[in-house]
Design a protein around this ligand. Sequence first.
Ligand code: NAP
Length: 207
Amino acid sequence: MRKTPRIGIMGGTFDPVHYGHLVTAEEALVQFNLDKVVFVPTGRPVRKTHRHLSSAEDRYLMTVIATASNPDFEVSRIEIDRPGDTYTVDTMLALRDLYGPRAELFFISGADAVREILTWKNADRFAGLCTFIAATRPGYDADLGTDGGAGRLVPVPAVESMEVPALAISSSDIRDRVAAHRPIRYLLPEAVAAYIEKNGLYRETVA
Ligand code: NAP
């Protein structure tokens, strides 16, 4: 690794992980000249109380299976093993300690999530801590004006955007397809599809 490592942190619920996520991570690796991308499945997301989530262990294992063949990808249990609600700022501060002050950290996620970063817990800590990479679907209105900052004296972190055509695939569509007995083949790695089948995930339609 370089003296100044460049580490991508891929944050998401990954319920389930799919090719859109994998293409996003690969694209970020190349576009931003990263040394590696660490997938960080969210432990207990604070804003996902409206629907049933698969267990953290299932989401973690599916992410491990999906990334296993890529030597530039890793999966971290940091959020899964940390008790309490999951806040990205806690993760990024812990990863800053882990990789050292010289490392450059890039938090990669969906544009809808990145738009809201100024409303996240301790948002003032992000400036200087990491650069955000917002992955957008084709045709997305890339106004990454980061909602919620109006009238607040929050230092705005660096945000880059990156269009990823494969993000036409979405986890919610895959869940709906499983519940409706429609095919999910070619939307995600076969081994992840097998894991979903074997463990009976997403069979029930949930709002
Ligand atoms: P989300 O709201 O479920 O997702 C928003 C959109 O982004 C969806 O279209 C989603 O598609 C896509 N997306 C999510 N992660 C992605 C990724 N890594 N690459 C590309 N597209 C992605 O977002 P979320 O998964 O709950 O949260 C995203 C990240 O933000 C997580 O790390 C979460 O912990 C963090 N977050 C932190 C706070 C906080 O600290 N207060 C609050 C909210 C979110 P799919 O459904 O297909 O993935």
